[in-house]
Ligand binder design. Structure first.
Ligand code: ZN
Length: 271
């Protein structure tokens, strides 16, 4: 599932394609993408809009138009945006033709992705309810401590909660906790000041490495030109049960935390 580094990679590649361009023709081929709204109505509303900027917030792509409206895209499990797709692209759910004659297709095998057209002023209240701070913005260890304070949930579950920090998912939480040398089952509210600083650094390190490797491709994720990311080669724990820890050589363990597969080193991530 695309997390912050994957969505940020898509944003960086799509911004030069979309910014300054008008959406000439919009075809929404799967009603589920825009439900509960009518796909024909949404497509007609989008046609003629000119893209001012492509931003990201957490795992959302924020396509801002000159009109002040916003198209908020969430890729969920398997959503992919492709520039200049082939005509026979399987699992295509939408196709946008730009005023320079190029096209961007939206592909989604599992069909959990969403496109939501927001009117001016609607974005901040919508995201404000759902998302905490951006982990790569002006985010401090102290602010992270305030978010975790008093919480009895396991650290892993607290970090997966998008209201703690925006953009982390199963892969980057496990990687961040390995860098921070913190056990995923530690109660989130019991993290000491020096551990918080390690966690703050670990989160940023995992995400920055993910961005520099253009995300991780385990199945569906692709860059807009169709190429895969390479972060999967840099995983320290994720999916590596039984393999030696890069720091101490102990075999990586796998557990389930809140129903999610969780990988960690039982020696350097002490409880
Ligand atoms: Zn280790």
């Amino acid at each position: 599932m695309p997390e912050l580094p994957e969505v940020e990679t898509v944003r960086r590649r799509l911004a030069p394609v979309l910014e300054g361009r008008a959406l000439e023709r919009v075809e929404i081929e799967d009603a589920r993408l825009v439900r509960p709204f009518d796909p024909l109505v949404v497509a007609a509303e989008l046609e003629g809009e000119r893209v001012a900027k492509v931003d990201r917030r957490g795992k959302y792509l924020v396509v801002r138009f000159d009109s002040g409206r916003v198209l908020l895209i969430h890729l969920r499990m398997t959503g992919t945006l492709l520039h200049q797709p082939t005509a026979d692209l399987p699992h295509r759910r939408a196709l946008v033709t730009l005023d320079d004659g190029t096209a961007v297709a939206y592909r989604d095998v599992r069909r959990f992705g969403t496109w939501l057209l927001l009117e001016p002023g609607e974005l901040e209240p919508y995201l404000g309810l759902r998302l905490g701070d951006e982990p790569l913005g002006r985010f401090t260890a102290k602010a992270l401590g305030e978010r975790l304070s008093g919480r009895r949930a396991p650290l892993k579950a607290a970090l997966l909660d998008q209201r703690t920090l925006a953009g982390l998912g199963n892969i980057y939480v496990d990687e961040a906790l390995w860098y921070a040398r913190l056990h995923p089952l530690r109660p989130a509210g019991g993290i000491e000041a020096d551990e918080l600083r390690r966690l703050h650094r670990g989160v940023r390190r995992a995400l920055e490495l993910g961005i520099s490797r253009q995300g991780s491709t385990l199945s569906d994720y692709r860059l807009p030109d169709g190429s895969p990311g390479s972060m999967q080669r840099e995983f320290r724990v994720y999916g590596r049960a039984g393999e030696p820890c890069d720091r101490c050589g102990t075999p990586i363990s796998k557990a389930r935390v809140g129903g999610r597969g969780t990988w960690f080193c039982p020696r350097c991530q002490v409880f």
